[in-house]
Design a protein around this ligand. Structure first.
Ligand code: ARG
Length: 465
């Protein structure tokens, strides 16, 4: 391993060393060192299997296992001597093993290639990342459920087209995100099911002439089974694409929630106030409290989607099997997970500590004739009008209220009777925002009773309280 061509493990047939720029474009160590522990785990399983199949002697295996113990220790205490000129994590681990135990290290790569090795490591890494990210999504759900429980009966305007539509409860609004996030979590965890097949033993692409036991390595690494086609095993990256797609969709939901926070905390809405810990000031305007974290979550969701598209672009025109294009899969995947995890944690922090201005929300809900549907429904229910006619009558009453500059609930009944003679003062009972929300008792609807039920169910599902 001195200087010159002998430094590279594949250097046997080369007369000269790579150019510095070649090294720069080729090296992946800065990225794939994050799979160091997975790489050691893969090598352990492989060596044990080789020994079991008498491809490796028990002595060599025990030297390899002891050496790998030491490597693992160095990785954990930060003393592992990473060397960029050795290209990637696989060559780094093997080279260090050689330094530690000498000749037996050279036998570890029997019946294996970096092609099956790298993607085994990568699957192991992604499997763990999916689990970690799933837990972060659950944490955000838990924060939302808690806040929804506090605000099961707080009235706010529900919007369509960002125009006041009907009164809803804040708890209902927050629980909508809990539902979205549950589908996200399920997509994220579901990826791990298809991912969980072991490529190790596919070797370079065609399998190996050694009598290996792929079931044994698959089992040792916690995979459900070995991948059935060696060419597929070394070149498939749909597990990473699927994970990035799931993150991209989940990030889209985080972005929508972030956008709500941006709107709600604007002085024009004034529905909510971010805590100091989640606000930033302006260097020139002392009055400002900016929702930077929410804005960054909104932007970063696009970044995650971009990473999905970048990987898909890198893979889509690759003929079988491995090509070096596939090296960049890890950068994209690691970054997407890092970014998503940061966004999820930021959203959890904001939701946990945001203050809702329930008076302002309630007042906003009462504006914009938000109970017009309740009036129309009353005309149908009490006077037997066809809904289309009720809609028309209500429209005229709304126009009247608009002309008077008052809300529906404040319009004299006599004026309503001018539009339809059979209207009685009973109608006033359905025109307040509280009555409107409370009346929406259908399954999945916004009434405080239904929301409280949903909160209780979520508390149980997420094992809160
Ligand atoms: N660092 C490489 C990667 O991440 C490892 C596999 C290299 N294989 C090869 N045939 N050059 O893809």
């Amino acid at each position: 391993m001195a200087d010159g061509k002998g430094q590279m493990m594949w250097g046997g047939r080369f007369a000269a060393t790579p150019s510095a720029i070649m090294e720069e474009i080729n090296a992946s160590l800065d990225i794939d060192r994050r799979m160091a522990e997975e790489d050691v785990a893969g090598s352990r399983a492989h060596a044990d299997m080789l020994a079991e199949m008498a491809i490796l002697t028990a002595d060599d295996n025990s030297a390899i296992q002891t050496g790998l113990d030491q490597v693992m220790e160095e990785l954990r205490d930060g003393t592992f001597p990473f060397r960029r000129e050795l290209e990637d994590i696989h060559m780094n681990v093997e080279a260090r093993l050689k330094e530690l135990i000498g000749e037996p290290a050279g036998r570890l790569h029997t019946a294996r290639s970096r092609n099956d090795q790298v993607v085994t490591d990568f699957r192991l890494w992604t499997r763990r990342a999916l689990e970690r990210t799933g837990a972060l999504v659950t944490a955000l759900q838990a924060a939302l459920v808690r806040r929804a429980g506090e605000h099961a009966a707080s009235i706010m305007p529900g919007f369509t087209h960002l125009q006041t539509a009907q009164p809803v409860t804040l708890g209902h609004h927050l629980l909508a995100y809990v539902e979205m996030l549950e589908r996200d979590r399920s997509r994220i965890l579901d990826c791990a099911v298809r991912l969980n097949e072991c490529p190790l033993g596919a070797a370079a692409l065609a399998g190996t002439s050694f009598p290996i036991d792929r079931d044994m390595t698959a089992e040792a690494l916690g995979f459900a089974r070995p991948m059935a086609n060696s060419m597929d095993a070394v070149s498939a990256r749909d597990f990473a694409l699927e994970a990035l797609a799931a993150l991209s969709i989940a990030a889209t939901h985080l972005s929508r929630l972030a956008e709500e926070i941006v709107l709600w905390t604007s002085p024009q809405f004034a529905f909510a106030l971010l805590s100091d810990a989640w606000s930033t000031g302006s260097s020139i305007m002392p009055q400002k409290r900016n929702p930077d974290a929410a804005e960054l979550v909104r932007a970063k969701s696009a970044l995650i989607t971009g990473h999905f598209l970048a990987l898909q672009g890198a893979v889509k025109a690759l003929p079988l099997t491995y090509a070096k294009d596939l090296q960049d899969d890890k950068r994209l995947t690691f970054e997407a997970f890092d970014t998503f995890d940061l966004c999820a944690r930021a959203m959890t922090g904001m939701i946990e500590t945001i203050t809702f201005n329930t008076d302002t929300m309630r007042a906003a809900a009462a504006k914009g004739f938000s109970t017009a549907t309740d009036l129309a429904d009353w005309l149908v229910r009490e006077l037997g009008l066809p809904f289309r006619e009720a809609h028309h009558v209500t429209g005229r009453i709304v126009a009247l209220a608009e002309a008077r500059g008052c809300d529906l609930a404040d319009l004299p009944v006599a004026d309503m009777q001018g539009v339809h003679a059979d209207i009685t003062p009973d109608v006033l009972g359905v025109l307040t925002v509280e009555a409107s929300a409370a009346s929406r008792m259908s399954y999945g609807a916004t009434s405080p009773v239904r929301v409280a039920e949903q909160v209780a169910q979520w508390q149980q599902r997420l094992r809160l309280e």
